[in-house]
Write a protein that binds this ligand. Structure first.
Ligand code: URA
Length: 257
């Protein structure tokens, strides 16, 4: 039962009216106009206005590489930092992180491009056909990756530690990600001379392109003498270019004397 009253503003009248209503058996309170409680319920259940959610800042792969590489105090640190680096997609398709081979005391550091199928399988750089030619080329001037003697030793690594699918060229963004590791690698080995084999390491260390023009011309990178040479895989396909490669090896030998 309900009775409509208009007693707004008068406290005593309101209290008396309420008492009278209770006495009269009123058991609900109604207004002049009906209220649709279903609409009210919907209104009160309206979702709160969306608040801006702070987005995680996307990691900068090059900055992350710089931080990881700079923190490495030894070659083993660097190897572990590289193996833990999460931003390069090539890693997902690779069996191994191919770090380096040879003697870290070597006067000559050879920088190649990226592992191929055999290197990916074995986890060591330059172990396929191109690698066998590379070993023969340097053996011809008395340098070997297996030599324990720093004078005649060789240290070998690549710009990319992971095999690109189908042996495609590494992309500039992939090279940029790996560059801090390469620079730290070279700083830790501290060779007398760097030999870059092919376009990718030439571009990585000098920004230059065109290995066929650059080969044999000494320049400098990271404060060290740098000799560009044609890649042994190119020499396998173009044996006539071995003459120039031999001239480059003799130039390296002369530099080391
Ligand atoms: N080619 C490279 O540049 N590096 C390797 O390790 C193998 C082939």
């Amino acid at each position: 039962m309900g009775i409509a009253l208009d007693i707004a503003g008068d406290w005593d009248a309101a209290l008396a009216a309420l008492a009278w209503q209770v006495e009269a058996g009123v058991d609900e309170v109604i207004a002049d106009t009906p209220v649709n409680r279903y609409d009210l319920a919907v209104e009160t259940k309206k979702p709160a206005a969306p608040q801006p959610v702070p987005q995680p800042v996307a990691a900068d792969p090059v900055a992350a590489a710089k931080a990881a590489a700079t923190a490495a105090r030894s070659l083993e640190d660097l190897r572990a930092a590289l193996a833990a680096y999460p931003h390069c997609e090539l890693k997902k398709g690779a069996r191994n992180t191919v770090f380096a081979d040879g003697n870290p005391q070597a006067r000559v550091l050879v920088l190649g491009e990226a592992p191929g199928a055999e290197e990916d399988r074995e986890g060591r750089p330059f172990v396929g056909r191109a690698g066998q030619l590379l070993d023969k080329m340097f053996a011809a001037i008395g340098l070997s990756r297996t030599s324990p003697d720093a004078q005649s030793a060789l240290y070998i690594t690549n710009v990319m530690p992971w095999r690109p699918p189908g042996n495609r060229d590494p992309e500039p963004a992939e090279i940029a990600m790996m560059l801090p590791f390469v620079e730290r690698h070279i700083a830790l080995v501290d060779p007398q001379v760097i030999v870059v084999m092919g376009n990718t390491p030439l571009f990585a260390l000098t920004g230059g392109k065109g290995i066929l023009r650059a080969r044999g011309n000494w320049s400098e990178a990271l404060g060290k003498p740098l000799l560009p040479m044609t890649h042994p895989a190119y020499l396998l396909r173009n044996p006539a270019m071995k003459r120039e490669a031999w001239a480059d090896l003799l130039s390296l030998q002369a530099r080391l004397r």
